[in-house]
Write a protein that binds this ligand. Structure first.
Ligand code: PCA
Length: 209
């Protein structure tokens, strides 16, 4: 079994992106899943293009994308991606789409196909705050989540996909008092728990097919 995990490069003047720091720390094998790691640019369209190319190259069983969500204090497991780009700031290539559909032929929205509630429960069992989030925003993270689910839907691929937003890490808030953050250790543990839940779910469903 293979799970592709993607994380973003830093954006908006941040020196790091905690999602990428977590990605680097992840184990290469979680239960029976090989973890394939990939950094993607914080750029509309080229992020999705790169991940789709990787999906075509390695045919993963699941894709889990991670990104930074400022001002969150919990792990946010995303429920839904919507067919709109509405950027508050330019992306790393200077693009700033406003009220722009991602794919004119795509569905208005797609739900994550990973077990979001089970992931939240298992992360909380390890005493790490986690919640279901009902919006991934309208910036590059929602764009990538939408693009991956849209590709899987249109090509009828047997691939589970979802997105998790992580808070700022402690080093990002040193000069920003009272800003929510989480340690990279806890975020890494949380993402490894999510990957374990996803791998176990795929194993169980494969037994019946
Ligand atoms: N977070 C941004 C894009 C890249 C990232 O890590 C977002 O939430 O859209």
């Amino acid at each position: 079994m293979k799970i592709l995990v993607t994380a973003f490069e830093p954006f908006e003047k941040e020196k790091i992106n905690p999602s990428y720091e977590v990605l680097k720390n992840l184990k290469d094998q979680i239960v029976n899943a090989e973890i394939i790691k990939m950094q993607v640019p914080t750029v509309f369209y080229s992020s999705t293009k790169k991940v789709i190319e990787k999906i075509q190259e390695i045919s993963p069983d699941a894709v889990l994308s991670i990104g930074q969500a400022a001002k969150k204090s919990s792990i946010n497991v995303e429920r839904v991606a919507i067919n709109i780009d509405d950027a508050r700031i330019p992306d790393n290539a200077g693009q700033q789409p406003v009220d722009t559909p991602i794919d004119l032929d795509g569905m208005p929205a797609y739900f994550a196909t990973i077990p979001i509630k089970h992931i939240v429960e298992e992360i909380k069992k390890e005493k790490i705050p986690a919640v279901i989030s009902n919006t991934a925003g309208t910036y590059v993270c929602n764009h990538l989540m939408y693009g991956i689910l849209n590709h899987i839907h249109k090509n009828n691929l047997p691939i589970k996909a979802g997105f998790i937003h992580v808070p700022y890490s402690s080093e990002q808030v040193l000069d920003r008092p009272d800003t929510p953050f989480m340690s990279l250790e806890d975020m890494t543990r949380a993402i490894e728990i999510a990957l374990r839940v996803i791998a176990n779910e795929i194993s169980v469903s494969n037994q019946w097919n």
